[in-house]
Design a protein around this ligand. Structure first.
Ligand code: NUP
Length: 267
């Protein structure tokens, strides 16, 4: 099954476009709990409220062998119909990128991955060729430094456009298999609505609400589209670290329910 069909089905089934970020920062885990057990409790408590989970590799890699093991086991413990996104921001020269894609899709079993377009088409090709999997290309990211390169104007192709607009255009051009989406930061809704106008059907993965200050109503208004899974909104810390106390998993469930409802009231 194609990734975006799986995502559409899940969004319809759970009536949610909330993607929960499983970013288990070791310094914030409840006392005495390893990453795997923490994730298991969070997933059990929150899965009914989300259309997808996104795992940022940094937090698993930083925990060494335990973290890498937890990365693989967490993908297995997520219920079957829920797509799982690898937030690894990969890309490299062709044969290296092929190994990255194989590690993420074949060894670890993810449904989709984030990739970095800076090295160009051949660096993404091993990901794009996997038409059973999804890829989200970084387009306009949520961090302050995004402006350093992504917002620069260029006259490439005759018109004055920002680099993030060129990335969006290339992503559309490369999307013959229908397995490409864009990462669009929630903190910059003008850019979000600009790309939405240019690409009405392109799926967006939008991180940056909650801890980074992205405003929910503006994100939904700027990014919405008619495909059920065409706009998914990620939140990590606001949900998984809603409480550090003994009832952390019910606090996470409450945070997820409330964010899902908040998003749905804007849709
Ligand atoms: O532009 C981006 N912004 C962003 O925050 C692209 C990302 N992939 N992310 C990731 O989304 C970030 O690395 C983290 O895993 C998650 C946001 O987490 P939080 O701010 O909701 O805790």
């Amino acid at each position: 099954m194609r990734f975006f069909d799986k995502l559409d089905d899940r969004v319809r089934a759970c009536n949610s476009i909330l993607c929960i970020g499983l970013d288990p920062d070791s310094s914030k885990l409840p006392q005495g709990l390893g990453i795997m057990e923490f994730n298991r409790k969070i997933i059990n408590a929150t899965s009914e409220f989300c259309c997808a989970y996104k795992l940022n590799f940094a937090f698993y890699e930083a925990a060494g062998a335990e973290g890498l093991n937890a990365l693989k086991e967490t993908v297995k413990m997520i219920p079957g119909g829920i797509p799982v996104i690898a937030d690894a921001k990969r890309a490299d020269i062709g044969n290296t990128s092929r190994a990255y894609a194989s590690a993420i899709f074949d060894y670890l079993g993810f449904d989709a991955a984030t990739v970095n377009p800076y090295m160009g088409f051949d660096s993404l090709q091993p990901f794009i060729e996997r038409d059973d999997r999804g890829i989200f290309i970084l387009c306009r990211t949520s961090n302050p430094g995004a402006a350093d390169f992504q917002d620069l104007f260029t006259s490439y192709s005759g018109s004055r456009r920002a680099i993030f607009e060129l990335v969006a255009g290339k992503a559309d051009e490369w999307n013959s298999r229908g397995n490409i989406g864009l990462v669009m930061g929630a903190t910059h809704t003008d850019e979000l609505s600009l790309i939405r106008k240019e690409l009405p059907e392109m799926p967006f993965l939008v991180p940056g609400v909650g801890a980074q200050g992205g405003e929910l109503a503006a994100v939904v208004e700027s990014g919405k589209t008619f495909n059920p899974g065409g706009l998914i909104i990620n939140s990590s810390r606001q949900i998984i670290f809603a409480s550090s106390g003994p009832y952390f998993s019910s606090a996470a469930a409450e945070a997820a329910r409330s964010l899902r409802d908040g998003i749905n009231s804007c849709r």
